[in-house]
Design a protein. Structure first.
Length: 167
């Protein structure tokens, strides 16, 4: 029984290898397409414009905090205890607020970047599918996962061309 099961597994493996050999394989460099898409630069500018006001606000907060730190370091020993303590409390409050807002800014920015990146990757996948269907590929693999390929199977430039022609 064990031998029969092993023979069945070997036969199935050979059949799948044979079927795979009949497939038309293609490759695409997803990272290259992503890096060279015109839309990527446009989205980067949009995100920069979207987050610029918050970035400027954080820079102003940081400057104010540095000014207060400089003041306490240079004039702290000349100040009354109550004034120095008040300034130290202001600095601590500003530091806490700055840290919270900076973390929120970073999280929001990262979240938006990830969302936009996912949208672009979806567009790339759609183009890969369209080209693959048009050219009869049954399997398309990211070229970074392939150790050998024939140049004729690489559809990277065709995918990228779809984005540059759309402009």
């Amino acid at each position: 029984m064990k031998k029969l099961l092993n023979l069945g597994l070997i036969a199935a493996a050979l059949m799948s290898t044979t079927a795979f050999a009949e497939d038309k394989l293609g490759v695409v460099n997803i990272a290259y397409v992503f890096q060279n898409m015109p839309e990527r630069a446009e989205i980067a500018k949009q995100l920069e414009a979207e987050f610029q006001p918050r970035a400027e606000s954080l820079q102003k907060m940081e400057k104010d905090l540095q000014d207060k730190l400089k003041k306490i370091n240079t004039e702290g020993d000349k100040m009354k205890d109550a004034d120095r303590e008040k300034l130290a409390n202001e600095i601590k409050t500003m530091r806490d607020k700055f840290a919270a807002e900076a973390q929120s800014f970073q999280q929001d920015n990262q979240e938006r970047e990830n969302t936009k990146r996912a949208e672009l990757l979806t567009q790339i996948q759609e183009q890969v599918k369209t080209i693959s269907e048009a050219e009869g590929f049954t399997v398309v693999i990211d070229s970074t996962a392939v150790t050998y390929r024939q140049d004729s199977t690489d559809i990277t430039e065709k995918v990228l061309a779809k984005f540059t022609k759309a402009k």
